[in-house]
Design a protein around this ligand. Structure first.
Ligand code: 5GP
Ligand code: MN
Length: 335
């Protein structure tokens, strides 16, 4: 993988581009894809944004989502765009399997492939150009850096600023996580000067759900959360029946894994949801517990040090049992 700056000369000519991101895009995935798309179109390129799957309502308000193509729904036209692309941008993921049913198509493409991402252990051999930096708060921060490095900061308009800010807010836990270094606040100050309405973004991300979602949250915290004080750990396990009962849609479970962290002493929180195709895990830690390694070791996953995800092919009960069996081996949780 060559440095991302080597790509700039290629961008002098109009190109056909596809921007894509991981399945079920969150605020950073969608925000970075849209922001880069808005910018590259301003530069005269022909750009399509493809999402491997559908996306949540809390990102659907972002400027440009109406033009995003859902690969699962519009596979034929999406495949055509991929075939015809000169350049493929892969944002906020670093290994093709994170795009689910798009995986094989992306692997087979022979066009120029560009990676912009901040997760651990990138599959750099699969990309022509790219930047992978786990120190970055978000992929949106990296898109901002990319635009600034191309000396195009003046092209950052309100739409681009909105999308970038949304991803930064999402991935820093509203400027709370340790990834919120000084440059993140400098970036926000710059976006504000360029007309960002930050309140609108917070409302779009966090005050944008239906009644059922809040009642579901109450139900889950009361009935589905187990505190394992011995390991300073909390586990939330959600059976499929709950998702049906509360009419839970994509994105409605986002943020649930953070609630147990408000309990004194809890350093590790895990959430497992019984989805049709798999049991999907989310892991969050405070301080010295490596969620990325834990997710990789036990649940076919990965991510960051303090936030990771994974999957189990087993039943919910078996997945929960596997989690509990892994805890005694996590010495840092009991020290
Ligand atoms: P979340 O719990 O919000 O789904 O994911 C937390 C972090 O872990 C995100 O940065 C996400 O991209 C990453 N992640 C989630 N699931 C997986 C997975 O199955 N594999 C890998 N490599 N990363 C994941
Ligand atoms: Mn991200």
């Amino acid at each position: 993988m060559k440095p991302i700056h080597d790509l700039f000369s290629l961008l002098q000519q109009p190109q056909k581009m596809v921007i894509t991101t991981h399945q079920k895009p969150d605020a950073d995935a969608m925000g970075s894809s849209l922001a880069l798309g808005h910018y590259l179109r301003k530069k005269g390129h022909q750009v399509s944004v493809l999402s491997p799957t559908n996306w949540a309502g809390f990102v659907d308000w972002m400027p440009g989502t109406a033009q995003v193509i859902n690969y699962e729904q519009e596979t034929i036209s999406a495949e055509k765009l991929l075939r015809e692309a000169d350049i493929l941008f892969c944002l906020d993921f670093n290994i093709f399997y994170r795009t689910k049913s798009m995986t094989d198509s992306l692997r087979a493409l022979t066009c120029t492939k560009v990676l912009i991402d901040h997760h651990q252990e990138p599959d750099t051999a699969s990309f022509t150009f790219g930047v992978s930096d786990t120190q970055k708060s978000s992929t949106c921060e990296m898109i901002y850096d990319f635009i600034v490095a191309a000396r195009d900061a003046d092209l950052i308009d309100q739409d681009i600023a909105t999308c970038i800010y949304a991803g930064v807010v999402g991935d820093t836990g509203s400027f709370r996580f340790s990834s919120t270094h000084a440059a993140v606040h400098t970036l926000v100050a710059d976006l504000k000067r360029r007309g960002l309405d930050h309140g609108k973004v917070h409302e779009g991300l966090y005050d944008n759900f239906l009644e059922n979602r809040l009642r579901f949250t109450g139900h889950v915290l009361l009935h589905r959360m187990e505190i394992l004080y011995e390991y300073n750990t909390a586990l939330i396990a959600i059976p499929k029946a709950d998702l049906v009962q509360f009419n839970i849609k994509t994105g409605d479970t986002e943020g649930l894994v953070n609630y147990p962290q408000s309990i004194q002493g809890i350093r590790f929180a895990a959430l497992v949801i019984d989805r049709s195709e798999e049991r999907k895990w989310s892991f969050r830690s405070k301080g010295q517990f490596d969620c990325n390694t834990f997710a990789r070791t036990y649940f076919e996953g990965g991510g960051h040090y303090n936030a990771a995800g994974g999957r189990s092919g087993q039943s919910l009960e078996e997945a929960v049992a596997a989690f509990k069996a892994a805890l005694p081996h996590q010495l840092s949780l009991t020290q």
